[in-house]
Design a protein around this ligand. Sequence first.
Ligand code: COA
Length: 154
Amino acid sequence: MIFGVGLDMIEVSRMSRTLSRTQGLKDRLFTAAEAAYCESKYRSAEHFAARFAAKEAFLKALGTGWRGGLRFNEIEIVNDDWGRPTVVVHGKVREFCRAKGIRGMHVSLSHLREMAGAVVVLESGVEAVGLEASDSDRSGADASASGADESNLN
Ligand SMILES: CC(C)(COP(=O)(O)OP(=O)(O)OC[C@H]1O[C@@H](n2cnc3c(N)ncnc32)[C@H](O)[C@@H]1OP(=O)(O)O)[C@@H](O)C(=O)NCCC(=O)NCCS
């Protein structure tokens, strides 16, 4: 069953300005793996912006907005071998999702030179399969985000 849907858009120039301010801010918003992915791309700010939009879209789908100690870098976008983005949650965000009964998370990104956007769909109430994180769920790149407790909840 659909738990929530979130949509968010952001100007790429705003993301560029934000990222140029401090490295600390980048670390608070993005995992090391996300930063590495985006920085490997030609127009990296577009990819950063799309991921930030996805994090905000996720919080909208959750229905909370940004509150309760949830951290942006605890919502991670990981691309599979085909380039398809997936959501992996860590730490408090993961705990919150478990408490809300969320079992499925879906994300789609799009970005142009000026704008980036994302949509997130969260599912609840389906059979929990592989709820506990396995080694293959781990991006392995965000040791700083939350420690060991992480999962894509699929
Ligand atoms: C996957 C595809 C649809 C992306 O669309 P796009 O208009 O090029 O680019 P968008 O900005 O809208 O989307 C980019 C995002 O698509 C997502 N994406 C990439 N591959 C994906 C896949 N296999 N499944 C789902 N999403 C995918 C990624 O999140 C990517 O952003 P990221 O690299 O920052 O994670 C496109 O690259 C594609 O494969 N098109 C097939 C047709 C084609 O190649 N046409 C070109 C000649 S007209």
